[in-house]
Every structure is written in structure tokens, then in C-alpha cells.
Design a protein around this ligand. Structure first.
Ligand SMILES: NC(=O)c1ccc[n+]([C@@H]2O[C@H](COP(=O)([O-])OP(=O)(O)OC[C@H]3O[C@@H](n4cnc5c(N)ncnc54)[C@H](O)[C@@H]3O)[C@@H](O)[C@H]2O)c1
Length: 339
């Protein structure tokens, strides 16, 4: 078993990945500045194999990496609007800190480094499903930082320091750090709350999607794989490419109530892409276990039971706006860095 550092392990995907790693017997160090708190990891807090490290990833010290075998790097401002709040801060966290962490990790003898990148690097690619070899076309600061981080990290990759990038589709599913800024989750919540699903634009734009448990399984699977399978490799992760209009119909049909689908013509989001998941299936051997309907159902039941709801914490952009307005931790850290 390995000692695995999960940066961003307090987040939507990271908290699920942390659970899977502990369940498979790994020792886990979660490094996070816990903008969303530590409560999402409460269920594991008595596990002696879990350590929490409250640390800004930009200022991690080599000593904090000592003894780590594998890094799963998920810490980031995790979507386009949050990335647009402060482009300089986004570059520091989503690109420079990842490149720096990679350099430190390699020097400290870490064997594997796995990056949570994003299919958003493909931008608008029309009808051709993007493979890992397709040209990229990042349209936002967030997507551009993912592309730059991948490039910087692959420059470090060799058989002693194996770098893998997972280009995640838009995630869905239930996590204790819930995100209602993701399309399947928000459609499900709105359908429950208002018996309405709002579509921005004509609904013809495509999104690749994947459940958070399957993203986490990809990391675990890569840890268990021979180095030659994952070293220097990019894997798109997804279960399906769906048109937003069709997704709304899927959500409406999955729920036990009448739902209206309403179109709002304004849409500034130019993202439209489909992605191939062949390599994930054939080379990594990952077959997603969770379908979109499974995610809709679990989110619906959680909102129905009042276990999760729309709060500033569950909208990533709002939480970062809130913290920045408080002018506390993040701002202080920003000042320290630029001083
Ligand atoms: N959720 C998706 O749909 C999706 C899709 C593609 C890629 N990704 C990527 O997967 C990763 C995880 O996403 P998520 O959905 O879990 O997001 P999230 O916002 O829930 O989690 C990110 C975590 O990183 C932490 N973090 C951010 N900046 C940090 C810093 N400077 N130092 C330490 N910790 C910091 C946050 O506190 C948070 O716990 C991100 O890299 C994201 O870009 C997510």
C-alpha cells in the first residue's frame, strides 16, 4: 500500500477519492486550504491512516512531501467562473503551484503524480469527439491553466516520476462537499425545487459527463496499474456526451413529478465539445459504473431528505466571492505571495 497525498482532498471529488483510497488500504494525506471546511471528511476523521494538512498549495514545503509515494493533485479554483474572479490568482494556483509541486515532488522521490485536468481544454470542437491526441483550444483562464499545467508536468515525466493527466468531463453525483454549479446536479435541484429546468441558450451545446465516484476510481486504478500504462499519458474521463436539451429531458423523466423545461436564449458560454473515452476504457481498463440517471436519482433523494441544499458553499463561485469579500485567509495569502 502507498502513502498518497490528495491535494484538494476537502473538495467535491477529493473527499470521495480520499474515502476510496482509505477503503483500499492506502495511507492518505489530504492537503487543502479547506475553503469548504473539513466537515466533508468527518466520516474518516477517526481513521488512523488519514492526515489533514491545512496548507495553501502555492507555498507547500519540500519537507511536507517527505515519505509521499503518490500525489493526486486536485487543488484548484475548480471552474471557469471561479477562475475568472482573479485571473492572476487562478494562474498561481491552477498552473504555477501545480508545476512547482511537480518539481518538488520529483526532487523528493515521489514516484507518481496524477493531475486532475479538464476536458474544457478542448474548447469548442464541433462534432468530432476529441481524443487525447486532438488539438486543444482552451477558451478560458481555467482551461488555459489546465493546459499549461499538463505541459509543465509532462516535461518532468519519466519512468522514475510518472506523470498522468486525467481530463475530467463535467462531474455529477452526490458528495458531502456538494456542488450545485454543475449541470446535472443543478438541473436536478431546480427540478425538485421549482418543477422547472432552465436551459441557457438553445440547448444544442454538448457536454461530456462523468460521476465523481468514477473519476475517483480512475485515480485508484492508475495507482494500481503498471507504470508503463500510465506514465506520460493523458486520459479523457467520461461516461457520455450529452446535448444539454437531452439532459434536461433525462432529468425530467427520471423524477417522479411533472417538470417544465424552459429556454432562456442568452448564453455567453461558448463551450461545446464532445470527447472520446476509448483510451480510458481500453488502456486504463476503466468502465464507468455510474450512469447519469444514477447521479440524478441520488442527488434527488438527498435534496428530498434535506441532506443537501443550495448554499453559498455549494456554489463554488459564491464561496470564493464570499471568502474574498471577507478579505481574510485567501487575501492574506495572496499578499504574502506577492510581497
Ligand atoms: N467537478 C468537475 O466537474 C471537474 C471537471 C473537470 C476537472 N475538475 C478538476 O478536478 C479538481 C477537483 O474539482 P472539484 O470539483 O472537487 O472542486 P472543489 O472546488 O470542490 O475542490 C477543490 C479543492 O481544492 C482546494 N483548493 C483550492 N485552492 C487551493 C490552494 N491554493 N491550496 C490548497 N487547496 C486549495 C479547495 O479548498 C477545494 O477543497 C479540480 O482540479 C478541478 O479543476 C473538476
Amino acid at each position: 500500500m502507498s502513502k498518497v497525498m490528495v491535494t484538494g482532498g476537502g473538495g467535491y471529488i477529493g473527499s470521495i477519492l480520499t474515502g476510496q483510497l482509505l477503503e483500499t488500504g492506502h495511507e492518505v494525506v489530504v492537503l487543502d486550504w479547506f475553503v469548504f471546511g473539513t466537515k466533508h471528511l468527518n466520516q474518516y476523521k477517526n481513521n488512523p491512516k488519514l492526515t489533514l494538512l491545512n496548507q495553501d498549495v502555492r507555498t507547500i514545503k519540500p519537507a511536507q512531501i517527505k515519505g509521499i509515494d503518490i500525489i493526486c493533485d486536485l487543488a484548484a479554483l475548480s471552474n471557469d467562473p471561479a477562475g475568472d474572479l482573479d485571473a492572476n490568482l487562478t494562474k498561481q494556483i491552477n498552473f504555477e503551484a501545480r508545476a512547482r509541486l511537480g518539481r518538488i515532488a520529483k526532487a523528493m522521490g515521489v514516484k507518481r503524480y496524477m493531475l486532475a485536468s479538464s476536458c474544457s481544454v478542448y474548447g469548442a470542437n464541433g462534432d468530432m469527439a476529441a481524443t487525447e491526441d486532438s488539438p486543444i483550444n482552451p477558451l478560458t483562464t481555467y482551461a488555459e491553466c489546465n493546459a499549461l499545467a499538463e505541459q509543465a508536468l509532462f516535461e518532468l515525466s519519466d519512468s522514475d516520476f510518472s506523470v498522468t493527466a486525467f481530463r475530467n468531463s463535467t462531474a455529477f453525483g452526490l458528495s458531502s462537499r456538494m456542488r450545485f454549479d454543475l449541470v446535472v446536479n443543478i438541473m436536478t435541484l431546480n427540478a425538485f425545487k421549482d418543477q422547472e429546468i432552465i436551459i441557457h441558450g438553445d440547448g444544442q451545446q454538448h457536454r461530456p459527463l462523468i460521476h465523481i465516484a468514477d473519476i475517483s476510481r480512475a485515480f485508484v486504478k492508475a495507482i494500481d496499474s503498471e507504470t508503463y500504462i500510465v506514465e506520460g499519458q493523458i486520459f479523457n474521463l467520461g461516461v457520455n456526451n450529452v446535448k444539454i436539451a437531452d439532459l434536461a429531458t433525462t432529468v425530467a423523466q427520471a423524477l417522479p413529478m411533472d417538470i417544465d423545461i424552459i429556454y432562456h436564449p442568452n448564453n455567453s458560454d461558448a463551450r461545446d465539445y464532445t470527447v472520446s473515452f476509448e483510451k480510458m476504457r481500453n488502456r486504463l481498463g476503466l468502465i464507468p459504473q455510474m450512469q447519469i440517471e444514477d447521479g440524478i436519482t441520488e442527488v434527488f433523494h438527498a435534496v428530498l431528505k434535506g441532506e443537501t441544499s443550495m448554499t453559498p458553499d455549494t456554489i463554488t463561485l459564491n464561496r470564493y466571492k464570499e471568502v474574498m469579500a471577507e478579505g481574510e485567509e485567501i487575501i492574506k495569502k495572496m499578499e504574502n505571495i506577492s510581497a
